[in-house]
Design a binder for this molecule. Structure first.
Ligand code: NAD
Length: 493
Protein backbone atom coordinates (compact mmCIF):
# COMPACT_ATOMS: atom_id res chain seq x y z
CA UNK A 1 0.00 0.00 0.00
CA UNK A 2 3.01 2.26 0.04
CA UNK A 3 3.06 4.53 -3.01
CA UNK A 4 2.06 8.08 -3.77
CA UNK A 5 -0.86 7.26 -6.10
CA UNK A 6 -2.28 4.09 -4.75
CA UNK A 7 -3.60 5.54 -1.49
CA UNK A 8 -6.22 7.59 -3.30
CA UNK A 9 -7.97 4.44 -4.55
CA UNK A 10 -8.55 2.96 -1.10
CA UNK A 11 -11.81 3.37 0.75
CA UNK A 12 -11.29 1.89 4.25
CA UNK A 13 -10.87 3.73 7.53
CA UNK A 14 -7.15 4.31 7.34
CA UNK A 15 -4.09 5.64 9.08
CA UNK A 16 -2.22 7.95 6.67
CA UNK A 17 1.52 8.39 6.75
CA UNK A 18 3.60 11.14 5.22
CA UNK A 19 6.85 11.91 3.47
CA UNK A 20 8.37 14.15 6.15
CA UNK A 21 10.52 16.12 3.71
CA UNK A 22 7.46 17.33 1.76
CA UNK A 23 4.47 16.55 3.99
CA UNK A 24 2.75 14.63 1.18
CA UNK A 25 0.63 11.61 2.07
CA UNK A 26 2.58 8.63 0.76
CA UNK A 27 0.59 5.71 2.06
CA UNK A 28 -2.32 4.44 4.04
CA UNK A 29 -2.84 1.32 6.10
CA UNK A 30 -6.23 0.07 7.26
CA UNK A 31 -7.08 1.05 10.82
CA UNK A 32 -8.06 -2.20 12.55
CA UNK A 33 -11.71 -2.42 13.55
CA UNK A 34 -12.77 -3.91 16.89
CA UNK A 35 -13.68 -7.24 15.27
CA UNK A 36 -10.40 -7.36 13.33
CA UNK A 37 -8.45 -6.78 16.54
CA UNK A 38 -10.43 -9.59 18.22
CA UNK A 39 -9.69 -11.83 15.24
CA UNK A 40 -5.97 -11.00 15.48
CA UNK A 41 -5.79 -12.05 19.14
CA UNK A 42 -7.87 -15.16 18.44
CA UNK A 43 -5.44 -16.04 15.66
CA UNK A 44 -2.44 -15.63 18.02
CA UNK A 45 -4.21 -17.70 20.67
CA UNK A 46 -5.04 -20.48 18.23
CA UNK A 47 -1.46 -20.61 16.93
CA UNK A 48 0.06 -20.63 20.43
CA UNK A 49 -0.28 -24.31 21.28
CA UNK A 50 1.44 -25.61 18.14
CA UNK A 51 4.08 -22.89 18.20
CA UNK A 52 4.97 -23.38 21.85
CA UNK A 53 5.17 -27.15 21.27
CA UNK A 54 7.36 -26.72 18.17
CA UNK A 55 10.83 -27.83 19.15
CA UNK A 56 13.17 -25.08 20.19
CA UNK A 57 15.55 -26.20 17.43
CA UNK A 58 12.86 -25.70 14.78
CA UNK A 59 12.07 -22.22 16.11
CA UNK A 60 15.77 -21.45 16.08
CA UNK A 61 16.00 -22.53 12.42
CA UNK A 62 13.23 -20.07 11.47
CA UNK A 63 15.11 -17.23 13.15
CA UNK A 64 18.38 -18.27 11.50
CA UNK A 65 16.64 -17.99 8.12
CA UNK A 66 15.01 -14.73 9.22
CA UNK A 67 18.29 -13.02 10.11
CA UNK A 68 19.65 -13.91 6.66
CA UNK A 69 16.55 -12.51 4.95
CA UNK A 70 16.87 -9.25 6.90
CA UNK A 71 20.53 -9.01 5.84
CA UNK A 72 19.61 -9.68 2.20
CA UNK A 73 16.93 -6.96 2.30
CA UNK A 74 18.68 -4.44 4.56
CA UNK A 75 19.00 -1.77 1.87
CA UNK A 76 15.35 -2.09 0.81
CA UNK A 77 14.04 -1.88 4.38
CA UNK A 78 16.29 1.13 5.00
CA UNK A 79 14.96 2.94 1.92
CA UNK A 80 11.44 2.38 3.15
CA UNK A 81 12.34 3.81 6.57
CA UNK A 82 13.89 6.91 5.00
CA UNK A 83 10.83 7.26 2.79
CA UNK A 84 8.26 7.22 5.57
CA UNK A 85 10.25 8.35 8.63
CA UNK A 86 12.66 10.87 7.13
CA UNK A 87 15.98 9.84 8.70
CA UNK A 88 19.06 9.63 6.47
CA UNK A 89 19.73 6.41 4.60
CA UNK A 90 22.90 5.69 6.59
CA UNK A 91 20.96 6.16 9.82
CA UNK A 92 18.12 3.96 8.56
CA UNK A 93 20.64 1.22 7.85
CA UNK A 94 21.82 1.53 11.46
CA UNK A 95 18.18 1.22 12.57
CA UNK A 96 17.78 -2.10 10.72
CA UNK A 97 21.24 -3.32 11.73
CA UNK A 98 20.66 -2.81 15.47
CA UNK A 99 17.37 -4.72 15.16
CA UNK A 100 19.07 -7.46 13.16
CA UNK A 101 21.53 -7.93 16.03
CA UNK A 102 18.62 -8.76 18.33
CA UNK A 103 17.34 -11.34 15.83
CA UNK A 104 20.84 -12.85 15.71
CA UNK A 105 20.86 -12.95 19.48
CA UNK A 106 17.44 -14.63 19.51
CA UNK A 107 19.08 -17.46 17.55
CA UNK A 108 21.03 -18.29 20.77
CA UNK A 109 17.75 -19.40 22.32
CA UNK A 110 19.07 -22.88 23.00
CA UNK A 111 21.43 -21.40 25.59
CA UNK A 112 19.23 -18.50 26.70
CA UNK A 113 16.19 -20.54 27.64
CA UNK A 114 17.94 -23.15 29.75
CA UNK A 115 16.40 -23.83 33.13
CA UNK A 116 18.22 -24.80 36.33
CA UNK A 117 18.69 -28.16 37.99
CA UNK A 118 19.76 -29.40 41.36
CA UNK A 119 20.14 -33.13 41.71
CA UNK A 120 19.79 -34.97 45.05
CA UNK A 121 18.37 -32.11 47.08
CA UNK A 122 17.48 -34.92 49.41
CA UNK A 123 17.63 -38.70 49.05
CA UNK A 124 16.40 -39.67 45.55
CA UNK A 125 14.87 -36.24 44.98
CA UNK A 126 15.80 -33.75 42.22
CA UNK A 127 14.59 -30.25 41.41
CA UNK A 128 14.62 -28.65 37.98
CA UNK A 129 13.02 -25.70 36.28
CA UNK A 130 11.66 -25.15 32.79
CA UNK A 131 11.46 -21.71 31.21
CA UNK A 132 8.11 -21.68 29.42
CA UNK A 133 6.38 -19.14 27.18
CA UNK A 134 3.54 -17.02 28.55
CA UNK A 135 1.04 -17.19 25.67
CA UNK A 136 -0.02 -14.22 23.55
CA UNK A 137 2.22 -11.17 24.04
CA UNK A 138 1.85 -7.71 22.49
CA UNK A 139 4.11 -4.84 21.45
CA UNK A 140 3.43 -1.11 20.99
CA UNK A 141 6.17 0.80 19.14
CA UNK A 142 7.17 4.45 18.61
CA UNK A 143 7.94 6.23 15.34
CA UNK A 144 11.65 6.85 15.72
CA UNK A 145 13.06 3.34 15.09
CA UNK A 146 10.57 1.65 12.76
CA UNK A 147 12.69 -1.52 12.43
CA UNK A 148 14.88 -1.75 15.52
CA UNK A 149 12.21 -1.42 18.17
CA UNK A 150 9.70 -3.95 16.77
CA UNK A 151 12.73 -6.25 16.41
CA UNK A 152 13.49 -5.77 20.12
CA UNK A 153 10.05 -7.22 20.78
CA UNK A 154 8.56 -10.02 18.66
CA UNK A 155 11.74 -12.04 17.88
CA UNK A 156 12.70 -12.44 21.55
CA UNK A 157 9.11 -13.24 22.52
CA UNK A 158 8.49 -15.67 19.68
CA UNK A 159 11.74 -17.58 19.82
CA UNK A 160 10.75 -18.38 23.42
CA UNK A 161 7.48 -19.90 22.11
CA UNK A 162 5.02 -17.02 22.52
CA UNK A 163 2.79 -15.73 19.73
CA UNK A 164 2.72 -11.98 19.17
CA UNK A 165 0.39 -9.10 18.37
CA UNK A 166 2.29 -6.05 17.17
CA UNK A 167 1.07 -2.46 16.86
CA UNK A 168 3.56 -0.25 15.02
CA UNK A 169 3.51 3.52 15.28
CA UNK A 170 0.70 4.84 13.10
CA UNK A 171 3.26 7.26 11.64
CA UNK A 172 5.63 4.60 10.25
CA UNK A 173 3.75 1.36 9.66
CA UNK A 174 5.54 0.23 6.46
CA UNK A 175 8.85 -1.15 7.77
CA UNK A 176 7.13 -3.58 10.11
CA UNK A 177 4.93 -4.88 7.29
CA UNK A 178 8.06 -5.58 5.27
CA UNK A 179 9.73 -7.28 8.26
CA UNK A 180 6.61 -9.38 8.89
CA UNK A 181 6.56 -10.54 5.26
CA UNK A 182 10.20 -11.63 5.57
CA UNK A 183 9.34 -13.48 8.77
CA UNK A 184 6.61 -15.34 6.93
CA UNK A 185 9.10 -16.15 4.15
CA UNK A 186 11.47 -17.51 6.82
CA UNK A 187 8.82 -20.08 7.71
CA UNK A 188 6.87 -18.55 10.61
CA UNK A 189 3.56 -20.43 10.77
CA UNK A 190 0.32 -18.56 10.09
CA UNK A 191 -1.17 -16.84 13.11
CA UNK A 192 2.03 -16.67 15.14
CA UNK A 193 2.56 -12.95 14.38
CA UNK A 194 -0.37 -10.59 13.82
CA UNK A 195 -0.24 -6.84 13.17
CA UNK A 196 -2.90 -4.27 13.94
CA UNK A 197 -2.77 -0.62 12.89
CA UNK A 198 -4.27 2.18 14.90
CA UNK A 199 -3.80 4.57 17.76
CA UNK A 200 -5.51 4.91 21.12
CA UNK A 201 -8.29 2.37 20.55
CA UNK A 202 -5.76 -0.26 19.54
CA UNK A 203 -3.65 0.54 22.61
CA UNK A 204 -6.65 0.28 24.95
CA UNK A 205 -7.65 -2.98 23.30
CA UNK A 206 -4.18 -4.42 24.02
CA UNK A 207 -4.20 -3.19 27.64
CA UNK A 208 -7.62 -4.72 28.32
CA UNK A 209 -7.74 -7.99 26.39
CA UNK A 210 -7.77 -10.94 28.80
CA UNK A 211 -5.88 -13.23 26.42
CA UNK A 212 -2.86 -10.92 26.21
CA UNK A 213 -0.37 -11.85 28.92
CA UNK A 214 2.41 -9.29 28.49
CA UNK A 215 2.95 -5.89 26.86
CA UNK A 216 6.20 -4.39 25.63
CA UNK A 217 5.96 -0.63 25.12
CA UNK A 218 8.48 1.91 23.83
CA UNK A 219 7.53 5.58 23.44
CA UNK A 220 6.78 8.73 25.38
CA UNK A 221 6.16 9.02 29.12
CA UNK A 222 2.62 10.18 28.57
CA UNK A 223 1.66 6.99 26.73
CA UNK A 224 4.03 4.71 28.67
CA UNK A 225 2.79 5.61 32.17
CA UNK A 226 -0.78 5.15 30.98
CA UNK A 227 -0.12 1.76 29.36
CA UNK A 228 1.92 0.55 32.33
CA UNK A 229 -0.85 1.49 34.73
CA UNK A 230 -3.76 0.17 32.65
CA UNK A 231 -1.99 -3.04 31.55
CA UNK A 232 -0.72 -3.83 35.08
CA UNK A 233 -4.17 -3.20 36.55
CA UNK A 234 -5.42 -5.90 34.18
CA UNK A 235 -2.87 -8.36 35.50
CA UNK A 236 -0.39 -8.21 32.62
CA UNK A 237 3.37 -8.02 32.72
CA UNK A 238 4.38 -4.66 31.30
CA UNK A 239 7.81 -3.31 30.38
CA UNK A 240 7.82 0.34 29.27
CA UNK A 241 10.86 2.16 27.89
CA UNK A 242 10.09 5.88 27.85
CA UNK A 243 11.50 9.39 27.42
CA UNK A 244 14.87 10.78 28.30
CA UNK A 245 17.15 13.72 28.91
CA UNK A 246 20.64 12.36 28.35
CA UNK A 247 23.59 14.36 29.69
CA UNK A 248 27.09 14.43 28.21
CA UNK A 249 29.55 15.58 30.89
CA UNK A 250 32.67 17.12 29.32
CA UNK A 251 35.76 17.25 31.54
CA UNK A 252 38.57 19.69 30.72
CA UNK A 253 41.03 16.78 30.31
CA UNK A 254 38.93 15.16 27.55
CA UNK A 255 40.27 14.66 24.04
CA UNK A 256 38.78 17.85 22.60
CA UNK A 257 38.62 16.82 18.96
CA UNK A 258 36.86 13.50 19.62
CA UNK A 259 34.60 14.91 22.29
CA UNK A 260 33.25 17.79 20.21
CA UNK A 261 32.64 15.53 17.21
CA UNK A 262 30.90 12.93 19.33
CA UNK A 263 28.75 15.52 21.10
CA UNK A 264 27.63 17.08 17.82
CA UNK A 265 26.90 13.70 16.21
CA UNK A 266 24.95 12.41 19.19
CA UNK A 267 22.97 15.62 19.75
CA UNK A 268 21.91 16.28 16.15
CA UNK A 269 22.04 12.86 14.43
CA UNK A 270 18.55 11.61 13.46
CA UNK A 271 17.46 15.24 14.04
CA UNK A 272 17.66 14.54 17.78
CA UNK A 273 14.81 12.04 17.52
CA UNK A 274 16.56 9.26 19.43
CA UNK A 275 15.74 8.32 23.01
CA UNK A 276 19.51 8.13 23.54
CA UNK A 277 20.32 11.44 21.81
CA UNK A 278 22.83 13.40 23.86
CA UNK A 279 20.52 16.38 24.17
CA UNK A 280 22.22 18.03 27.16
CA UNK A 281 25.89 18.94 27.62
CA UNK A 282 27.45 19.87 30.95
CA UNK A 283 30.76 21.62 30.39
CA UNK A 284 32.96 21.32 33.48
CA UNK A 285 35.49 24.06 34.38
CA UNK A 286 37.87 24.97 31.54
CA UNK A 287 35.84 22.89 29.05
CA UNK A 288 33.41 25.82 29.01
CA UNK A 289 35.83 27.56 26.67
CA UNK A 290 35.09 24.95 23.97
CA UNK A 291 31.59 26.26 23.36
CA UNK A 292 32.39 28.43 20.29
CA UNK A 293 34.05 25.44 18.58
CA UNK A 294 31.05 23.27 19.41
CA UNK A 295 28.80 25.82 17.70
CA UNK A 296 31.06 25.92 14.61
CA UNK A 297 30.92 22.15 14.20
CA UNK A 298 27.14 22.08 14.58
CA UNK A 299 26.83 24.81 11.91
CA UNK A 300 28.63 22.59 9.40
CA UNK A 301 26.06 19.80 9.50
CA UNK A 302 24.02 19.45 6.32
CA UNK A 303 20.25 19.39 6.69
CA UNK A 304 18.39 17.74 3.80
CA UNK A 305 15.85 15.09 2.87
CA UNK A 306 17.11 11.77 4.20
CA UNK A 307 17.62 10.22 0.76
CA UNK A 308 19.81 13.10 -0.51
CA UNK A 309 23.55 12.39 -0.68
CA UNK A 310 25.54 14.02 2.09
CA UNK A 311 22.55 14.70 4.37
CA UNK A 312 23.57 14.65 8.04
CA UNK A 313 20.08 15.12 9.42
CA UNK A 314 16.61 14.98 7.94
CA UNK A 315 13.24 16.46 8.88
CA UNK A 316 11.20 15.98 12.04
CA UNK A 317 8.34 13.51 12.03
CA UNK A 318 5.43 15.99 11.72
CA UNK A 319 4.54 19.69 11.52
CA UNK A 320 3.31 19.39 15.13
CA UNK A 321 6.72 18.06 16.23
CA UNK A 322 8.40 21.01 14.49
CA UNK A 323 6.03 23.47 16.13
CA UNK A 324 6.65 21.96 19.55
CA UNK A 325 10.44 22.04 19.15
CA UNK A 326 10.34 25.69 17.96
CA UNK A 327 8.11 26.58 20.88
CA UNK A 328 10.54 25.05 23.39
CA UNK A 329 13.45 26.96 21.81
CA UNK A 330 11.50 30.20 22.08
CA UNK A 331 10.57 29.44 25.68
CA UNK A 332 14.25 28.75 26.47
CA UNK A 333 15.17 32.20 25.19
CA UNK A 334 12.35 33.84 27.17
CA UNK A 335 13.51 32.07 30.32
CA UNK A 336 17.07 33.44 29.91
CA UNK A 337 19.03 30.93 27.80
CA UNK A 338 21.42 32.23 25.09
CA UNK A 339 20.53 31.10 21.59
CA UNK A 340 23.98 30.51 20.05
CA UNK A 341 22.69 28.68 16.99
CA UNK A 342 19.13 28.93 15.71
CA UNK A 343 17.84 26.31 13.27
CA UNK A 344 14.20 27.37 13.29
CA UNK A 345 14.11 29.22 9.99
CA UNK A 346 16.08 26.82 7.89
CA UNK A 347 14.89 26.37 4.28
CA UNK A 348 15.86 23.23 2.42
CA UNK A 349 15.94 23.74 -1.34
CA UNK A 350 13.38 21.59 -3.10
CA UNK A 351 11.72 20.62 0.20
CA UNK A 352 10.29 23.94 1.35
CA UNK A 353 7.26 22.28 3.00
CA UNK A 354 9.27 19.76 5.02
CA UNK A 355 9.39 19.65 8.82
CA UNK A 356 13.01 20.77 9.01
CA UNK A 357 14.73 22.32 12.00
CA UNK A 358 18.47 22.90 11.78
CA UNK A 359 20.96 22.27 14.61
CA UNK A 360 20.18 24.61 17.50
CA UNK A 361 22.26 25.36 20.60
CA UNK A 362 20.92 26.96 23.77
CA UNK A 363 23.65 27.91 26.27
CA UNK A 364 23.57 29.30 29.85
CA UNK A 365 20.72 26.91 30.52
CA UNK A 366 19.68 26.44 34.15
CA UNK A 367 17.96 23.35 35.63
CA UNK A 368 14.70 25.23 36.27
CA UNK A 369 14.18 26.14 32.58
CA UNK A 370 11.52 24.35 30.54
CA UNK A 371 14.01 23.50 27.76
CA UNK A 372 15.99 21.54 30.37
CA UNK A 373 13.09 19.90 32.16
CA UNK A 374 11.25 18.65 29.05
CA UNK A 375 12.43 16.15 26.48
CA UNK A 376 12.69 18.27 23.30
CA UNK A 377 13.14 15.37 20.83
CA UNK A 378 14.55 17.61 18.12
CA UNK A 379 17.98 18.83 16.98
CA UNK A 380 18.50 21.06 20.01
CA UNK A 381 21.48 20.85 22.36
CA UNK A 382 21.05 22.56 25.72
CA UNK A 383 24.31 23.46 27.44
CA UNK A 384 24.81 23.85 31.20
CA UNK A 385 27.94 24.64 33.15
CA UNK A 386 29.44 23.07 36.28
CA UNK A 387 32.51 23.94 38.33
CA UNK A 388 33.39 20.39 39.35
CA UNK A 389 32.64 16.76 38.57
CA UNK A 390 30.65 16.52 41.82
CA UNK A 391 28.43 19.43 40.72
CA UNK A 392 27.84 17.73 37.37
CA UNK A 393 26.91 14.43 39.03
CA UNK A 394 24.48 16.21 41.33
CA UNK A 395 22.86 17.94 38.36
CA UNK A 396 22.40 14.69 36.42
CA UNK A 397 21.05 12.86 39.46
CA UNK A 398 18.54 15.63 40.15
CA UNK A 399 17.08 15.19 36.67
CA UNK A 400 14.25 12.63 36.83
CA UNK A 401 15.22 10.69 33.68
CA UNK A 402 17.71 7.80 33.77
CA UNK A 403 18.03 6.53 30.21
CA UNK A 404 21.62 7.27 29.23
CA UNK A 405 24.59 9.51 29.96
CA UNK A 406 28.19 9.89 28.83
CA UNK A 407 31.36 11.24 30.36
CA UNK A 408 34.25 12.50 28.22
CA UNK A 409 37.60 12.35 29.99
CA UNK A 410 41.10 10.90 29.68
CA UNK A 411 41.26 10.18 33.42
CA UNK A 412 40.24 6.64 34.40
CA UNK A 413 39.58 7.60 38.02
CA UNK A 414 37.23 10.40 36.94
CA UNK A 415 35.41 8.03 34.61
CA UNK A 416 35.11 5.40 37.31
CA UNK A 417 33.82 7.86 39.89
CA UNK A 418 31.21 9.16 37.44
CA UNK A 419 30.08 5.69 36.35
CA UNK A 420 29.61 4.61 39.96
CA UNK A 421 27.92 7.69 41.36
CA UNK A 422 25.66 8.69 38.51
CA UNK A 423 22.09 7.36 38.88
CA UNK A 424 21.46 6.58 35.21
CA UNK A 425 20.87 3.13 33.74
CA UNK A 426 23.33 3.27 30.80
CA UNK A 427 26.67 5.06 31.00
CA UNK A 428 29.15 5.73 28.19
CA UNK A 429 32.79 6.46 28.94
CA UNK A 430 33.94 8.39 25.86
CA UNK A 431 30.98 6.67 24.15
CA UNK A 432 28.21 9.16 23.41
CA UNK A 433 25.30 6.76 22.76
CA UNK A 434 25.77 3.76 25.05
CA UNK A 435 23.06 1.45 23.68
CA UNK A 436 24.09 -2.05 24.77
CA UNK A 437 24.35 -4.93 22.30
CA UNK A 438 21.69 -7.60 22.80
CA UNK A 439 23.82 -10.03 24.83
CA UNK A 440 23.28 -7.33 27.48
CA UNK A 441 19.93 -5.59 28.06
CA UNK A 442 18.66 -2.05 27.50
CA UNK A 443 18.72 -0.80 31.07
CA UNK A 444 17.26 2.71 31.19
CA UNK A 445 16.15 3.58 34.73
CA UNK A 446 14.13 6.00 36.89
CA UNK A 447 11.57 8.02 34.87
CA UNK A 448 12.79 6.44 31.62
CA UNK A 449 11.50 2.97 32.53
CA UNK A 450 8.55 1.26 34.17
CA UNK A 451 8.57 -2.45 34.92
CA UNK A 452 10.95 -4.95 36.47
CA UNK A 453 12.54 -6.66 33.52
CA UNK A 454 14.28 -4.89 30.66
CA UNK A 455 14.27 -5.35 26.89
CA UNK A 456 16.37 -8.03 25.15
CA UNK A 457 19.34 -10.02 26.47
CA UNK A 458 18.78 -12.35 29.44
CA UNK A 459 16.27 -9.88 30.88
CA UNK A 460 14.23 -10.06 27.66
CA UNK A 461 14.03 -13.85 27.92
CA UNK A 462 12.93 -13.54 31.54
CA UNK A 463 10.22 -11.07 30.57
CA UNK A 464 8.72 -13.37 27.95
CA UNK A 465 8.90 -16.60 29.97
CA UNK A 466 7.66 -18.04 33.22
CA UNK A 467 9.34 -20.67 35.34
CA UNK A 468 7.87 -24.03 36.15
CA UNK A 469 9.66 -25.88 38.95
CA UNK A 470 9.50 -29.66 39.17
CA UNK A 471 10.48 -31.57 42.29
CA UNK A 472 10.60 -35.29 41.65
CA UNK A 473 11.41 -38.28 43.76
CA UNK A 474 12.33 -41.60 42.21
CA UNK A 475 13.16 -43.99 45.06
CA UNK A 476 16.14 -46.17 44.40
CA UNK A 477 14.36 -49.28 45.72
CA UNK A 478 11.63 -48.85 43.08
CA UNK A 479 14.06 -49.09 40.20
CA UNK A 480 13.01 -51.94 37.90
CA UNK A 481 15.34 -54.85 38.20
CA UNK A 482 15.81 -56.67 34.89
CA UNK A 483 18.01 -59.54 33.74
CA UNK A 484 18.88 -60.62 30.26
CA UNK A 485 16.29 -63.05 28.82
CA UNK A 486 18.14 -66.04 27.57
CA UNK A 487 15.19 -68.31 26.85
CA UNK A 488 13.37 -68.33 23.52
CA UNK A 489 10.45 -65.81 23.65
CA UNK A 490 7.17 -67.64 23.33
CA UNK A 491 5.15 -64.51 22.28
CA UNK A 492 1.88 -65.96 23.55
CA UNK A 493 2.32 -64.99 27.24
P1 NAD B 1 4.38 8.06 21.51
O1 NAD B 1 4.26 7.77 22.95
O2 NAD B 1 3.67 9.22 20.96
O3 NAD B 1 3.89 6.78 20.66
C1 NAD B 1 4.32 5.47 21.00
C2 NAD B 1 3.16 4.50 20.79
O4 NAD B 1 2.13 4.79 21.74
C3 NAD B 1 2.54 4.60 19.41
O5 NAD B 1 2.32 3.30 18.92
C4 NAD B 1 1.25 5.39 19.64
O6 NAD B 1 0.21 4.96 18.80
C5 NAD B 1 0.91 5.10 21.09
N1 NAD B 1 0.36 6.28 21.79
C6 NAD B 1 0.72 7.57 21.62
N2 NAD B 1 0.05 8.38 22.48
C7 NAD B 1 -0.76 7.59 23.19
C8 NAD B 1 -1.70 7.81 24.23
N3 NAD B 1 -1.92 9.04 24.70
N4 NAD B 1 -2.34 6.77 24.74
C9 NAD B 1 -2.11 5.53 24.28
N5 NAD B 1 -1.23 5.25 23.30
C10 NAD B 1 -0.56 6.24 22.76
O7 NAD B 1 5.95 8.14 21.18
P2 NAD B 1 6.62 8.57 19.82
O8 NAD B 1 6.43 10.04 19.63
O9 NAD B 1 6.22 7.65 18.73
O10 NAD B 1 8.17 8.27 20.16
C11 NAD B 1 9.02 9.21 20.78
C12 NAD B 1 9.15 8.92 22.26
O11 NAD B 1 9.60 7.59 22.45
C13 NAD B 1 10.20 9.79 22.93
O12 NAD B 1 9.73 10.19 24.18
C14 NAD B 1 11.40 8.87 23.08
O13 NAD B 1 12.29 9.22 24.12
C15 NAD B 1 10.72 7.57 23.35
N6 NAD B 1 11.58 6.45 23.04
C16 NAD B 1 12.13 5.77 24.07
C17 NAD B 1 12.99 4.73 23.82
C18 NAD B 1 13.62 3.99 24.94
O14 NAD B 1 14.10 2.87 24.71
N7 NAD B 1 13.65 4.52 26.15
C19 NAD B 1 13.29 4.36 22.50
C20 NAD B 1 12.69 5.08 21.46
C21 NAD B 1 11.84 6.13 21.75
Amino acid sequence: MVGRDRWKKLSFDAVCFFLQATNEVVGRVPKATASEMEAAVASCKKAFWNWSETSVLSRQQIFLRYQQLIKDNLKEISKLITFEQGKTLADAEGDVFRGLQVVEHACSVTSLILGETMPSITKDMDTYTYRLPLGVCAGIAPFNFPAMIPLWMFPMAMVCGNTFLMKPSERVPGALMFLAKLFQDAGAPDGTLNIIHGQHEAVNFICDHPDIRAISFVGSNQAGEYIYERGSRNGKRVQANMGAKNHGVVMPDANKENTLNQLVGAAFGAAGQRCMALSTAILVGEAQKWLPELVDRAKNLRVNAGDQPGADLGPLISPQAKERVCHLIEKGVKEGASLLLDGRNIKVKGYENGNFVGPTILANVKPNMTCYKEEIFGPVLVVLEADTLDDAIEMVNNNPYGNGTAIFTTNGATARKYSHLVDVGQVGVNVPIPVPLPMFSFTGSRASFRGDTNFYGKQGVQFYTQLKTIISQWKEEDATVTKPAVVMPTMGN
